[in-house]
Ligand binder design. Structure first.
Ligand code: ZN
Length: 454
């Protein structure tokens, strides 16, 4: 039996080379009400007044970046919902999940609701929200009802309400989230160890990149990973480790998965492409938490990707002002850098170098994040899914030039790198948002994603 479609649809994309079911197929895509309603030959397409010839561009499902700091509110000088989601659209990313270390910290139903209200008027892509853990665990239910996509706990410094120094308190927090059906993401670095080492180094008047590496040692990350795995042992909590950077840590996470635990993990492009030696050479701009690591760890991450131990790639887009990145003492430098506009070109370059199969890229940046964070109808190109897609000039070579970023943060650790593969058009819920680097949709055209508990 043939499916019945409307005679006239909103948009038909012709001449696409689309990534469908692990193959690249020449096809057309019909879009109605923000959804893909048909993929097939041009002769079988419904009629539409709007037709867009993609001229054989490679079409992938729009990417989902589950690790983004969009800032705004009290940190709007670094980034706001418009500039951040413009950067996402320019980078081929159609859904971002926003981290809670904002001003005010997202950690109550009220702060979350306010943040959604601010975002609603400005966003160009789909945005879901994390919440930090509230001081009073009775508030968790309200945050979940407000539509948080996940919780996030920063273990390296006190940002949310859970007392990180106390095992019992943290255990309780993790267990409480387990009683809801949403995951908890963790920045795993041990605060006590970092603080002690930092004090010691400051007393010795150390403020260089190497000192930062000593304070944020591999052991601090391993200790935090092991602690969370131990504290969630008897719980149903769905645990997601952000930016894993060390071999042992990845091994322990993999063991937990093999034991049947609900555990997933993320790696970032910078931990795959930049090393601690590079950080010591170039200094403050490359400061990030966890820090860049030695080559043996980088190799372990690449291996972890090919062996399926790493579930997602996230940019950890962390915009700051240049001033904040140029403090003299490493302890005063704000950590992180923008990543929304570099992630896809960098990874397509790795596809080209046979380091990353295209299937893996789609799995780690679309299919798996949609599964882990329950983003229904997203992450795949198929009939019935949301029409989030990116059309790519796969052969296009260009140099990364941060002065052209849509993000307010106009710097990059990859400045001047030659990459191959450029997002040319980004569609969000069927709407063309970015065309050849230009933003063509209005502020507020993106959607706020509330967790659907149906
Ligand atoms: Zn982050």
């Amino acid at each position: 039996m043939r499916a019945i479609f409307p005679l006239v649809v909103d948009l038909v994309l012709t001449n696409a080379k689309a990534y469908l079911r692990r193959e690249i197929i020449d096809c057309c895509i019909a879009i109605e009400n923000g959804e893909i309603i048909k993929i097939g030959k041009e002769t079988n397409m419904p009629k539409s007044d709007e037709r867009e010839d993609l001229g054989s561009l490679l079409v992938l499902p729009g990417l989902i970046d589950c690790h983004v700091h969009l800032r705004d509110e009290g940190k709007a000088y670094k980034e706001d919902f418009f500039s951040g989601t413009a950067a996402a659209a320019a980078g081929g990313i159609t859904t971002v999940l926003d981290m809670p270390n904002n001003d005010p910290v997202t950690m109550s139903a009220e702060t979350l609701q306010n943040r959604m209200r601010v975002a609603e008027k400005k966003t160009l892509v789909n945005v879901g929200f994390y919440s930090e853990f509230p001081r009073n665990s009775k508030e968790i239910r309200g945050i979940v009802d407000q539509g948080a996509v996940a919780f996030k706990i920063f273990m390296a410094n006190q940002i949310g309400g859970a007392n990180l120094d106390d095992d019992q308190d943290l255990k309780e927090a993790l267990k409480e989230v387990g009683d809801t059906d949403i995951p908890v993401a963790l920045h795993a670095e041990d605060k006590t160890m970092i603080t002690a080492k930092e004090q010691e180094l400051k007393q010795a008047k150390r403020e260089d990149a190497h000192a930062f590496l000593l304070a944020h040692s591999e052991q601090t990350e391993l200790k935090a990973i092991d602690r969370v795995l131990r504290l969630t042992e008897q719980t149903e909590t769905q645990v997601h480790f952000c930016h894993v950077t060390i071999k042992d840590g990845l091994e322990h996470i993999t063991e937990a998965k093999k034991a049947g635990r609900k555990v997933t993990c993320e790696a970032t492009p910078h931990h795959l492409l930049l090393s601690n030696a590079e950080f010591e050479r170039r200094g403050a701009l490359l400061a990030v938490m966890p820090p860049l690591r030695a080559d043996n760890h980088i190799e372990a991450l690449w291996e972890g990707i090919s062996e399926g131990q790493i579930d997602v790639l996230g940019s950890d887009h962390s915009p700051h002002t240049m001033e904040e990145k140029s403090a003299t003492s490493i302890w005063d430098v704000k950590v992180g850098f923008p990543g929304l506009e570099t992630t896809l070109p960098l990874l397509l370059t790795m596809v080209r170098k046979n380091r990353l199969p295209l299937e893996k890229l789609v799995e780690l940046l679309a299919e798996n994040p949609a599964k882990i964070f329950s983003l229904k109808g997203r992450g795949r190109l198929e009939q019935g899914s949301k029409a989030d897609l990116v059309a790519i000039e796969f052969n296009k070579k260009f140099k990364i030039d941060s002065s052209k970023f849509h993000s307010k943060a106009k710097f990059s650790p990859y400045e001047g790198w030659e990459v191959q593969g450029k997002p040319a058009k980004t569609f969000v819920n069927g709407l063309l948002v970015m065309d050849e680097g230009e933003i063509v949709a209005r502020a507020g055209s993106g959607k706020i994603l509330r967790r659907d508990h149906a």
